[in-house]
Design a protein around this ligand. Structure first.
Ligand SMILES: Cc1cc2nc3c(=O)[nH]c(=O)nc-3n(C[C@H](O)[C@H](O)[C@H](O)COP(=O)(O)O)c2cc1C
Length: 348
């Protein structure tokens, strides 16, 4: 698959998740089979760009390309500035967020709220495309199916966005009103795919190789985007890739492999966030990795009380070493993605 002049190595994408898909997590997913990753959203509000949070979000050191940065905001000129600012800092693809239902985004009419105002949504698309085109940077758009069940305008908006120069559209198969409740539906995604000549990416509730195959077949989408199911289980990308290529699900990774991936991830995480902040923000990744593993809940409570990075990573290594004594491979778990909508925040 091509995006502008960039080759995307495969059609399995990591979804942008604020507070989750920072550079260390994106690089881990890329290492474990994802072909493409989009950064957490970066606000278009200039006064927040110099904040620590935004500058960490704009950190792409060592990240394999193409580097895709998502921007969120409501003002076309500000969004164009944000695109230029991120291109100057390494963005090779700019993604516009019209998919996020978070209150902090929607109160200022950004994220998925923009879908209700097609004229403003289009003005943003046009301004961002005009800023990016001279630099050879493709613009992509991430959206939901619409505002509510009665107001699903994904096809109309996607058509207009494609006509305005957008190079790829991702559709999360829920309405804004749904938040993360209910199930994602794929009819609207299929309709968007049928209506557009540019690549369309299907997103929402893809949590297993079989589901990935079914969503691809049903929607005819060009690619799949996976979010929550990759939390604590980033090797889902290589599992899906293997299944799509061979029709068989590979064995679970060995406990030793999982321990290595997680401890490598933790070191990378600490390097980005520093000791004080890193030890705290790493807890959610450790918690996801332990979810549903035998004894995971008890250890999670213990590890949450540790407040230095060296002890945290050592405890995690020791715990997995003990698990490896009784399990060569990671026990398979059926996971229902958590609806952690509340964690989404568009702050500096
Ligand atoms: C914690 C969290 C943060 C998210 N942050 C963003 C974001 O910054 N930008 C965005 O477009 N979508 C965001 N999303 C939505 C996801 O990209 C994705 O569309 C959604 O989770 C559905 O996919 P899934 O079922 O595979 O998780 C977020 C979702 C979660 C759970």
């Amino acid at each position: 698959m091509k995006l502008g002049s960039f080759d995307v190595p495969n059609r399995l994408f990591v979804a942008p998740m604020a507070g989750v898909t920072d550079r260390p997590f994106r690089m881990l997913c890329r290492r474990l089979g994802a072909g493409y990753a989009v950064s957490e959203m970066v606000t278009s509000r200039r006064e927040l760009w110099s904040s620590l949070k935004t500058s960490r979000r704009a950190d792409h050191a060592g990240e394999p390309g193409p580097i895709a940065v998502q921007i969120a905001g409501v003002d076309p000129a500000e969004m164009a500035d944000a695109a230029r600012y991120n291109i100057d800092r390494g963005a090779q693809i700019v993604d516009i967020n019209m998919g996020c239902p978070a209150k902090k985004v929607c109160n200022v009419f950004a994220g998925s709220a923009l879908m209700s105002n097609e004229a403003l949504a289009l003005a943003i698309v046009e301004a961002v495309v005009a800023a990016c085109a001279p630099r050879g940077v493709p613009v992509t758009l991430k959206m939901r199916t619409g505002r509510s069940d009665g107001e699903k305008n994904a096809v109309a908006l996607a058509r207009r966005a494609a006509a305005a120069g957008v190079a790829m559209v991702t559709v999360h198969g829920r309405t804004r009103e749904q938040g993360f409740k209910g199930l994602a539906e794929y009819d609207t995604i299929a309709a968007v795919k049928a209506a557009l000549a540019i690549p369309v990416v299907a997103n929402g509730d893809i949590d297993s190789p079989a589901k990935a195959r079914d969503v691809l077949a049903y929607t005819q989408a060009d690619a799949l985007m996976i979010g929550r199911a990759a939390q604590g289980r980033p090797w889902i990308f290589r599992e899906v890739a293997h299944f799509l290529a061979t029709g068989t699900v590979p064995p679970s990774p060995s406990v030793a492999e999982v321990a290595r991936w997680l401890t490598d991830h933790l070191h990378d995480h600490y390097a980005l966030y520093g000791e004080a902040s890193g030890v705290k923000s790493a807890r959610k990744h450790i918690g996801w990795a332990l979810r549903e593993l035998p004894g995971g809940d008890v250890f999670r409570a213990e590890v949450n009380r540790i407040d230095d990075c060296a002890s945290q990573v050592r405890a995690v290594g020791d715990w997995f070493a003990r698990l490896a004594e009784s399990h060569e491979r990671l026990p398979r778990v059926e996971r229902v993605p958590a609806a952690n909508d509340d964690e989404i925040a568009l702050t500096a």
